[in-house]
Write a protein that binds this ligand. Structure first.
Ligand SMILES: C[S@@+](CC[C@H](N)C(=O)[O-])C[C@H]1O[C@@H](n2cnc3c(N)ncnc32)[C@H](O)[C@@H]1O
Length: 192
């Protein structure tokens, strides 16, 4: 069943602020620092397209399937289209591809997505993905899974930190960083 977080853009934004607090801004700063002037940015599974407002006027395209999020984004003049990440094939038109908190929604097709994004994007791919925090009470974990159900995918499997790092290493990242119980992986074209 779809979590209330995914019912409306306003609810999703409030939940993101409550969940990440200061680290939300730090995530956007992390991405912005890796986007150069003139870079065309693709944001896959973009949610409300909020990343666009944190860039420096770069051309931006967000891909999303949740219609409530798309209309929220469009009301804010963000360039978001209805498009399934798994059937998108225009990575070569973008310098930077960003996927924040998307992989576990695509799981078990997340590897297929990574291969296409890393091999197709012109310069750089930035992926930010949360992991299962060890030692958390099982009820808290269960609550997180319920709240995370986007109503589009029925899997939504999260990995633990070690599994996630192993997964990212398969694609030869230029760097791996950690913020807020998430791993950020950066892939550079030409370093593969
Ligand atoms: C946890 S949200 C992250 C949103 C945004 N990237 C952020 O950081 O706030 C994951 C988003 O991926 C979208 N999504 C899930 N499967 C998708 C697919 N196959 N194609 C496009 N978007 C998808 C969901 O609708 C949801 O908005």
């Amino acid at each position: 069943m779809q979590s209330p977080i995914y019912w409306r853009g306003e609810i999703y934004r409030a939940a993101m602020h409550a969940m990440h607090w200061r680290n939300l801004g730090r995530r956007y700063d992390y991405v912005r620092r890796l986007v150069m002037p003139g870079d065309r940015v693709l944001d896959v599974g973009c949610g409300t397209g909020t990343l666009q407002s944190h860039l420096n006027g770069n051309y931006y395209l967000g891909l999303e399937l949740n219609e409530q999020f798309i209309s929220y984004a469009r009301n804010k003049k963000r360039n978001v289209i209805k498009q399934d990440a798994m059937t998108f094939d225009r990575y070569g038109e973008f310098d930077v591809c960003v996927a924040m908190d998307l992989l576990h929604h695509l799981n078990p097709k997340h590897e297929e997505f990574m291969k296409k994004a890393v091999s197709g994007t012109r310069k750089r791919v930035i992926v930010c993905e949360p992991y299962v925090v060890s030692g958390r009470h099982p009820i808290v974990e269960k609550m997180i899974r319920i709240l995370d159900n986007d109503g589009l995918n029925d899997s939504g499997e999260w990995e633990n930190r070690e599994e996630l790092i192993r997964f990212f290493r398969k694609f030869n990242p230029a760097r791996l960083d950690e913020l807020d119980n998430s791993v950020m992986a950066v892939y550079e074209r030409g370093e593969k």
